[in-house]
Design a protein around this ligand. Structure first.
Ligand SMILES: Cc1ncc(COP(=O)(O)O)c(C=O)c1O
Length: 416
């Protein structure tokens, strides 16, 4: 397969193509195919974008119909029928059944842009600068979001100080947990603690890129309480764990949380085309002035069309109960791998985001490579790439899930 053009002309920044050294040509359901005709079961799903698989037939048809009828493809933030239908379906399917009252903010269609907007709004509302973010957190690559991202490989690329963030340990990091949040509360009460008042607490209910670390409801409640006691906003970044990944639309459903801002992106558009959206509490949203966080690509009408279609997966519990069941199967298989091999292996995750922490990044890399050679795409994450995160499309059949897990199991056995 000829990859020379990429190697000669594309920037050295390219990343995933080094882990998957082939040239893909088409994709359908849970499979991607390369130019040589080799097929791969996709347990990576565009880093959590392709929750409904590649080229979902109903979404594809809706997009084809829309384009055939000369639907507006690009609209900045003008009103379009595509956007209205998407918003209506999202409100009816996701917000109203949960009694959630939020304003929908669209921005440039990346997760990092959603985080930037949330940070700006929190700083505007509170008139403060400092934001609390967690160790192992991943919130994006633009400077504001990157300041909240913890990984030093990414942080070092900034080239400028990443400031205005107070870093705290995530729940399962050394020193982390509810007691730590209580200590922080005492520190904030002490006018000589040296702490600045905070604008927001931002956290992923399940840290995805950081190595699949799952926050308990108690930890999230403690952070929310701290934020609200301090007059700060509580921001939940559900960009990777949301949109059905954990077996409910939001990864924090049923926890009784009341976030001020929710970040969504990745799986929101359903088809894999870009879109990002923040849900802002109305009382905060009114602090925005028109067009203040502007962006050329806020009107992603193709994503609105597909995203409206994606809502049909959430009109009843059929897919979500299936996700919970398949997620339990994945977990069981990973746990049996961990027990069989010992060596400090551990399993973390919820729903259909499950991960095996193999401790050593080089081992994880060799497992991912063996999987690739045998037709399975998976991606390492976490510190030094030591965690293998399995995030297949939610619609995967039991048979394909088993096939993928069998390839993975054999790859782990070969490496260990
Ligand atoms: C939780 C979370 N927040 C933010 C982002 C950044 O999203 P994007 O890569 O679209 O900018 C990611 C990306 O992986 C993410 O997982």
């Amino acid at each position: 397969m000829d990859m020379s053009l990429f190697e000669q002309w594309e920037s050295n920044i390219r990343g995933y193509c080094r882990a998957y050294p082939t040239v893909f040509t088409r994709a359908s359901g849970v499979r991607q195919y390369d130019e040589a005709g080799k097929e791969y079961i996709d347990f990576f799903a565009g880093a959590g974008v392709l929750n409904f698989g590649h080229n979902d037939p109903a979404m594809k048809q809706a997009i084809i119909d829309y384009i055939s009828n000369d639907g507006v493809a690009h609209s900045l933030d003008m009103y379009t029928t595509a956007k209205r239908d998407f918003m209506q379906r999202f409100i009816d399917t996701i917000l109203k059944p949960r009694n959630m009252d939020y304003r929908l903010q669209f921005m440039g269609p990346t997760g990092t842009n959603a985080v930037e907007a949330a940070l700006k709004l929190a700083r505007r509302v509170t008139g403060r600068r400092t934001v609390i973010a967690c160790s192992h957190g991943f919130h994006g690559m633009t400077l504001g979001a990157l300041a909240c991202t913890a990984n030093d490989y990414f942080r070092k690329a900034a080239g400028v100080p990443l400031d205005n963030v107070l870093r705290i340990p995530f729940e399962d990091s050394p020193g982390g947990g509810v007691a730590m949040v209580d200590e922080l509360r005492c520190a904030f009460a002490d006018s000589s603690s040296g702490l600045e008042p905070i604008a927001a607490v931002i956290v992923e209910p399940i840290q995805a890129e950081g190595g699949v670390h799952v926050a308990s409801p108690e930890f999230l409640h403690a952070l929310q309480r701290l934020a609200h006691e301090q007059g700060a906003l509580f921001i939940l970044d559900d960009i990777q764990a949301g949109c059905g990944r954990t077996g409910s639309y939001f990864s924090f459903d049923d926890m009784g949380l009341d976030p001020d801002i929710i970040n969504l992106a990745k799986g929101l558009g359903g088809f894999g085309t870009p879109i990002a959206m923040n849900l802002n509490k109305p009382e905060h949203d009114q602090h925005w002035q028109p067009g203040e966080h502007t962006g050329t690509f806020r009107g992603q009408d193709i994503s609105f069309i597909a995203g409206a279609e994606a809502m049909r997966y959430f009109t009843d519990d059929t897919l979500m109960s299936d996700v919970r069941r398949k997620g339990a199967d994945m977990r069981q298989q990973l746990e049996s791998i961990a027990v069989q091999h010992g060596k400090g292996l551990s399993v973390r995750g919820r729903g259909m985001m499950q991960a095996l922490d193999v401790v050593d990044g080089a081992v994880a890399k060799s497992i991912a490579r063996t999987c690739f050679d045998h037709g399975l795409l998976i991606g390492p994450c976490g510190t030094g790439g030591r965690v293998l995160k399995l995030i297949p499309p939610l619609i995967i059949s039991d048979e394909d899930l088993k096939k993928g897990l069998d390839i993975f199991t054999a790859a782990v056995a070969a490496a260990l």
